[in-house]
Ligand binder design. Structure first.
Ligand code: GLU
Length: 301
């Protein structure tokens, strides 16, 4: 007997769900149905100051209203910091992580002095500090000083070391599904992404002991996710995820990055655009069928 494909919808409850989330949730559900797969829900709440139990409850209510059906139990990332800690330790033991000490303000000031400082695909500057080259003794002394002075420590992936550990020069590839009418996967094609462009990505901070990149890769592996379906805004990040999967010995899922729902201003929707919140639309009298028509890629006509 073959095991069924496993999909997941993984929203962050740091605001109300909007039309963009509805598209992602419905595409996941439709694709899982089309291949006889399972659908899991993961609550990506590592930012425990912005993600609240009230917002999570509102999210679940909105998803139920939309008609989404998922398997229990729901995985809540804030309950699994130990899993991410173990993965971080494995990367540390392999010599691929270093502690860094510059604050956000210090980074900003250092970068402002340079005319063409490299930026990652999200627009953040590459880390300008030099701690990656420090000796073990110097790191230990800096860690002790940071803890005495209450300075924060940020753990970063040493991108050059990680790439050479994997025997790669700079890029990673994955299989991207092409989907047509009725949500059927018609083909997969290989996508390649320049991972080095991300620089030394953050893997954990003192206040949030994991990053999105680390937690998503660990959870996709622990939950046996075979198909990752999410918005195109996360396409570039998939290169980092493939690198981390390789370093941690995790199998790569297949991906589908769908088109985003754009606002009237032609920009990506954000949680602050209240009028596209599913809750406001529901209160204004729209039905779940209306929402599906508004965000569906035409599969359910
Ligand atoms: N939690 C992420 C978000 O809400 C999605 C992560 C993913 O699907 O990989 O944007």
């Amino acid at each position: 007997m073959t095991t069924p494909p496993v999909f997941r919808f993984a929203p962050s409850p740091n605001g109300l769900l909007h039309l963009g989330h509805a598209r992602s949730a419905l595409i996941n559900q439709r694709m899982a149905e089309a291949v006889g797969g399972r659908l899991l829900l993961r609550v990506e709440d590592i930012d425990t100051t912005r993600c609240t139990p009230e917002l999570e409850a509102a999210m679940v209510e909105d998803l139920r209203w939309l008609g989404l059906d998922w398997e229990e139990p729901v995985r809540r990332q804030s309950e699994h910091f130990d899993d991410y800690g173990q993965a971080l330790e494995a990367l540390m033991d392999a010599g691929l992580v270093y502690p860094s000490f510059m604050s956000r303000g210090e980074i900003k000031r250092a970068v402002a002095l340079e005319a063409h400082w490299p930026r990652d695909p999200d627009g953040s500057p590459h880390y300008p500090g030099e701690e990656r080259d420090w000796s073990e003794e110097r790191r230990e002394a800096a860690m002790a000083a940071a803890s005495l002075e209450g300075r924060s420590v940020v753990y970063r992936l040493d991108m050059a070391a990680a790439l050479s550990h994997c025997g790669r020069s700079g890029s990673f590839s994955w299989e991207e599904m092409t989907v047509t009418a009725k949500g059927r996967v018609v083909a997969t094609e290989t996508h390649r992404m320049d991972v080095a462009a991300w620089g030394d990505v953050v893997l954990a901070r003192a206040d949030v002991p994991t990053s999105y990149h680390l937690a998503v890769v660990v959870d996709d592996a622990l939950q046996g996710i075979t198909h990752v379906v999410r918005g195109r805004d996360l396409m570039a990040a998939t290169g980092v995820h493939r690198l981390l999967q390789h370093c941690l010995g995790f199998p790569p899922p297949i991906y589908h990055h769908h088109e985003l729902v754009m606002g009237d201003d032609g920009r990506k929707l954000s949680k602050s655009q209240g009028d596209t919140a599913l809750r406001s639309l529901r209160e204004a009298g729209l039905t779940r069928e209306d929402i599906a028509r508004m965000v569906g890629p035409g599969w359910w006509d």
